[in-house]
Design a protein around this ligand. Structure first.
Ligand SMILES: Cc1cc2nc3c(=O)[nH]c(=O)nc-3n(C[C@H](O)[C@H](O)[C@H](O)COP(=O)(O)OP(=O)(O)OC[C@H]3O[C@@H](n4cnc5c(N)ncnc54)[C@H](O)[C@@H]3O)c2cc1C
Length: 416
């Protein structure tokens, strides 16, 4: 009896757990989850967005504080972000267009090369390099003013789905109910596991190391990539001004060495591996180096009853093509389109609506998984015949305009 009147028990006894009912409940507050929440809200649906943290990102600081986490954003993502009025809310002075791409292999005498440019692809720009923080701030600002979104803080602890509703119980006792639950909770998705969607998981035995540098020579809007079986994949992406962002997908043993070295040592290694393409590289201040383990995650299904997966919850791919998040944006665009076109007699989580979404995304995801996984394997082997073959392949594609255009079309995420 005494327990009922002391401390937490007493409080809990009188507190009524919160119940939030919406059309759509999005679990996960990464870029993809926030974009989905905003998109559904702007389509006139009632949305709840579960966020596990109370971290408030500060404004973008001094000019030299560049986020080491950047994304190459393609045309599909650009179109979606523009339609949601997020693109114009970015600090566009910190966004760099990619005018061309130069891919180099590891053939004898530096042979094996492939270039793409915006002119050849008949577009103004191939892609845009955007900092993670810039993107999140624009999304946060848009969500703040979106009238149909309720942002709920907490951790999901149980999922119950019946014929009419998906119900998420939070660890504080609150409950979120919705017609459709959107799992946007990343590569280790809780929603996916709760929905008993199996996955194929394969670690690449590599870590991606990211850091930003000032470059001595202008990059001229070129995104460079060097492939090598020994060093992995080194990408230098253009940032505004004479700055570049490094994504080095290095085999684990090399990555461990790189992570113990200073940013200046890393810069010297990148200069050497890139044959000083951009002259001397100098770490940007403050020096930030981050690393991410790389793996392939293939979900056996994109949907379960009243559940749809988007973004890394649905697929994790090697970053060598810079397309993981772009696939996620395309998921969101397709899900919003199928849900809003569902017709008057179906709710948002109707099985036929979800089946349409899964069909719409299947091919695009599979092709990107096959392409990135194939390239990662092909360039991950030191076998001489395969080394010759891959470099021959790069040169061949470079000389076949038709094939090259098809590849660019897919990379841009648009029909040319
Ligand atoms: C080095 C590197 C470079 C890359 N470069 C590119 C690029 O250039 N272009 C590109 O398109 N892609 C790129 N990618 C891929 C891209 O980073 C991912 O695809 C993207 O970040 C996935 O976003 P997401 O919102 O789906 O998942 P995440 O960013 O993982 O977000 C998931 C969110 O869910 C939250 N969450 C997790 N569990 C729960 C829970 N139980 N309850 C509530 N919330 C939860 C997490 O806190 C997190 O905020 C790159 C990846 C790497 C590693």
């Amino acid at each position: 009896m005494r327990d009922r009147y002391n401390g937490r028990h007493y409080l809990k006894f009188w507190m009524i757990d919160m119940q939030v009912q919406s059309d759509i409940c999005v679990i996960g507050d990464g870029v993809i989850g926030k974009t989905a929440a905003l998109g559904f809200a702007q389509a006139g649906l009632k949305v709840s967005l579960l966020t596990p943290s109370s971290v408030v990102r500060g404004p973008i600081a001094a000019d030299d504080a560049w986020d080491a986490r950047v994304y190459a954003v393609n045309h599909v993502a650009h179109a979606l972000l523009s339609s949601l009025k997020v693109w114009d809310a970015l600090d566009l002075s910190r966004v760099a267009p990619v005018d061309s791409m130069a891919v180099k292999g590891d053939g004898a005498n530096a042979s094996g090369a492939l270039t793409f440019d915006a002119y050849g692809a008949r577009v103004g720009t191939l892609a845009w390099i955007v900092e993670d923080r810039n993107l999140n701030q624009a999304l946060d600002a848009a969500l703040k003013f979106a009238s149909n979104v309720r942002i709920v803080q907490g951790r999901a602890s149980a999922l119950q789905v019946d014929a009419a509703t998906a119900r998420v119980q939070l660890d504080n006792g609150d409950v979120l109910s919705a017609d459709l639950l959107v799992g946007a909770d990343g590569g280790q998705s809780w929603v996916r596991a709760q929905s008993r969607i199996d996955i194929d998981y394969r670690p690449y035995g590599q870590r991606a190391i990211v850091a930003n540098f000032a470059c001595e020579k202008p990059h001229q809007g070129v995104a460079y990539q060097w492939f090598s079986a020994v060093d992995g994949v080194i990408a230098l992406l253009p940032l505004p001004g004479q700055r570049v962002s490094l994504v080095w997908s290095a085999p684990d043993a090399l990555a461990n060495v790189l992570l113990q070295e200073s940013a200046a040592q890393l810069a010297a290694r990148v200069e050497a591996a890139s044959s000083c393409q951009l002259g001397t590289l100098t770490p940007l201040q403050p020096e930030v180096m981050k690393s991410f383990p790389l793996s392939l995650v293939r979900a056996h299904a994109l949907t379960a009853p009243r559940v749809a997966l988007v973004g890394d919850a649905a697929h994790v791919i090697h970053p060598l093509a810079g397309h993981g998040m772009n696939l996620g944006f395309a998921d969101v665009a397709a899900l919003i389109e199928t849900v809003t076109a569902r017709g008057p007699h179906r709710d948002c989580g109707d099985a036929r609506v979800l089946a349409r979404y899964a069909r719409a995304r299947k091919e695009d995801i599979l092709l990107m998984q096959l392409a990135t996984d194939g390239l990662a394997r092909l360039f991950g082997t030191e076998l001489e015949p395969l080394r010759v073959l891959r470099n021959f392949g790069l040169n061949l594609v470079d000389r076949l305009p038709g094939l090259k255009r098809r590849l660019i079309t897919h990379a841009l995420g648009k029909t040319l």
